[in-house]
Design a protein around this ligand. Structure first.
Ligand code: NAD
Ligand code: KPL
Length: 306
């Protein structure tokens, strides 16, 4: 019998994954925050709607709260980086000795914190370039096709669950270099996202701030080298420019978070990079200054700076 997937968080990516797993007839359970959310979900018919290419389809998916007693063999942690530690702590007693836990968080820092809490489980780190957003509760729009890289920093053997991803049409690759992928994405996010917030522009608007982008890329490349991630630094500036051009009309995820008054993942992106620079004694004055400016900007908007 197929192992059951538990998906923690019925947000954008959690809903995107849960619907695709359910579409492939795999057993899926959503883990919702509390009994109020569970009741609201059940009142909606216990279905999640996926809108793909403007076509909406509702998939029945059972849901539960964290205090349910069903053992968990496969867990997808699909919450924000700053929510992951607390969310997984609630589920730790339910994880079986062979449990696989996929950590879908952007940036770095939260994965290690979660893994330290559940040494009995196998933590798989993921880096996703797929795009999705909730149009309303329990209704997700698949906004940008992308890819998912998965890996385990301490074991290069692919787990059995990759077959389920294949069967569900979730684009993925198992990689022994997941940290390189995560660092590379973190560097791209550090070079682009904070500047779009501070200059109040779309990604393409950064073409008018080419010197600032180039300086940040140079510091990030040095930092990646010092952190033992030289592969993540290769041609970083050229890729940042390519991403800025390819996504010129888009607003970065951090820009959208700030616009909607949501907490950002700053501590796991620029904050993590700046802390790593200090730890490694790597001079990064422009990154540190960017962090100071961004923190002040968030505070001026009444947003959390951690
Ligand atoms: P989201 O805010 O849409 O969804 C997170 C969900 O988790 C929310 O519904 C929240 O209520 C729920 N949650 C949090 N704590 C919980 C708990 N203890 N119990 C139950 N539910 C809980 O976030 P998202 O956009 O899906 O992003 C998840 C991660 O993926 C982030 O790190 C983000 O940066 C990354 N990411 C997102 C996208 C995207 O397109 N949305 C793309 C790439 C990467
Ligand atoms: O991932 C991104 C984001 O907006 O978070 C890109 C498009 C790469 C910009 O940094």
């Amino acid at each position: 019998m197929a192992a059951t997937w538990h998906v923690l968080g019925a947000g954008s990516l959690g809903s995107l994954w849960a619907t695709r797993l359910a579409r492939a007839n795999l057993p899926v359970r959503l883990i919702l925050r509390n009994t109020d959310r569970l009741a609201a979900y059940q009142a909606n018919g216990s279905c999640v709607t996926l809108v793909e290419n403007d076509i909406a389809h509702a998939y029945p998916v059972e849901a539960q709260t964290a205090d349910h007693r069903q053992p968990i063999e496969r867990l997808l942690v699909a919450c924000k980086a700053y929510e992951a530690e607390q969310a997984v702590a609630q589920l730790a007693p339910r994880l079986t000795a062979q449990a696989d836990v996929i950590l879908l968080q952007n940036g770095l820092g939260s994965q290690d914190a979660v893994a330290a809490q559940i040494p009995h489980a196998r933590c798989l780190f993921a880096s996703s370039t797929e795009g999705a957003f909730l149009e309303s509760d329990w209704r997700v729009r698949f906004a940008g096709h992308g890819f998912n890289w998965l890996g385990d920093v301490s074991d290069p053997t692919a787990p059995a669950l990759v077959q389920d991803l294949h069967d569900s049409g979730i684009p993925h690759e198992w990689t022994p270099d997941i940290l390189t992928r995560l660092w590379r994405k973190l560097a791209l996010n550090c070079a682009i996202n904070p500047l779009t917030v501070l200059h109040d522009c779309r990604n393409g608007g950064l073409l008018e701030h080419a010197c600032e982008v180039a300086t940040l890329c140079a510091e990030l490349s040095d930092l990646l080298g010092r952190c033992g991630q030289p592969a993540a630094a290769q041609e970083l500036h050229a890729e940042v420019l390519r991403v800025i051009q390819a996504t010129a009309a888009n607003y970065s995820s951090m820009y959208q978070d700030v616009l909607h008054g949501r907490r950002t993942e700053i501590s796991y992106l620029l904050g993590y990079a700046c802390a790593a620079a200090v730890r490694h004694g790597c001079p990064a004055p422009h990154l540190q200054h960017l962090q100071t400016r961004l923190t002040a900007h968030l505070a001026s908007k009444g947003l959390r700076t951690d």
